[in-house]
Design a protein around this ligand. Structure first.
Ligand code: ADP
Length: 275
């Protein structure tokens, strides 16, 4: 079952002098098991769109369905469960750590979801295992004594412990050094491939998109400009340029697609590279 966004618009501070239309009639479907990347310039509406996937923001117009349930219609248990099937990792998630121990921080979500203490413990263990933080060594430590990269891993473990069916990540590698970045992306890839999580990732990095995504959505000024497979999307050079995704990055991306053997028309690629 998919996440379906149908003709949504979002206006911040409607009917005030500060009114801002951040989303303009956006529709897209994210099928179960897909890895979808959302790219676009700062201010193009990526974060606003993301926050509609679990009902954190309500659309001014339009509807969002998760597994067939309109998540903004009723406030019943079914709706709550549908919203809860979407895990959300915001930018710099480590800024949201607040408990005094790493265990308590990761346990916060599962406890809130009503898991038994045994289940909570197991989920914390599994999540720490997944992000490669030794349970015995770290569980009682303060998250605030960790390095930046470790803090981010704790924050992500807190979402993984909720076992979401859909995982939404807003620039998860922002501010990390290249080694930590690769490590984190490998983990996201593993969540997708081994745990079969559906992944929606906001990213500026064309390399990451080329390597990971089944589908790419390009946003510009609140509109979804194009949505499709990397090959299809990246043949629309004009859209990419308009979206502020720079030319050298596109070239780099096309080379990656070639290198990693995705289904690419090499002639078209060479023609573009010659331009
Ligand atoms: P992106 O994630 O692509 O950088 P955003 O979704 O954050 O874009 O922002 C889209 C537009 O909405 C921008 O013009 C931004 O200034 C505006 N915006 C975002 N959040 C708010 C808010 N809470 N109140 C008013 N305007 C906002």
């Amino acid at each position: 079952m998919p996440i379906e966004v149908k003709n949504i618009s979002h206006i911040y501070m409607e009917n005030t002098p500060y009114e801002k239309k951040a989303l303009n009639n956006v529709s897209l479907t994210i099928n179960e098991g897909e890895f979808v990347a959302i790219a676009g310039h700062t201010g193009s509406g990526k974060s606003t769109l993301m926050q509609h996937f679990n009902g954190l923001l309500n659309p001014t117009k339009g509807e969002v369905f998760i597994d067939g349930i309109d998540i903004n219609k009723k406030k019943d248990k079914k709706t709550l469960n549908a919203r809860r099937s979407v895990g959300m990792v915001f930018q710099y998630p480590e800024q949201q750590l607040f408990e005094e121990s790493i265990f308590a921080d990761i346990a916060f979500g599962p406890r809130n979801f009503g898991c038994s203490e045994d289940e909570v413990k197991q989920r914390v263990k599994d999540a720490m295992d997944f992000v490669e933080l030794d349970y015995e060594e770290y569980k009682d430590k303060s998250p605030f004594l960790l390095s930046g990269g470790q803090m981010r891993r704790v924050a992500i473990a807190g979402i993984i412990a909720l076992k979401p069916k859909y995982l939404v990540l807003d620039e998860p590698t922002a501010g990390l050094d290249p080694r930590l970045k690769q490590n984190l992306l490998q983990k996201v890839k593993k969540l997708h491939q081994k745990e079969k999580m559906t992944i929606i990732m906001v990213s500026h990095n064309m390399d990451d998109i080329a390597l990971l995504a089944d589908k790419v959505a390009i946003m510009r000024q609140g509109k979804l400009m194009i949505y499709g497979g990397p090959r299809e999307v990246f043949t629309h050079k004009d859209v990419i340029e308009q979206a502020g995704l720079l030319e050298p990055e596109v070239m780099q991306l096309l080379r990656k697609i070639k290198e990693y053997g995705l289904d690419v028309d090499i002639n078209a690629l060479n023609k573009q590279e010659a331009l």
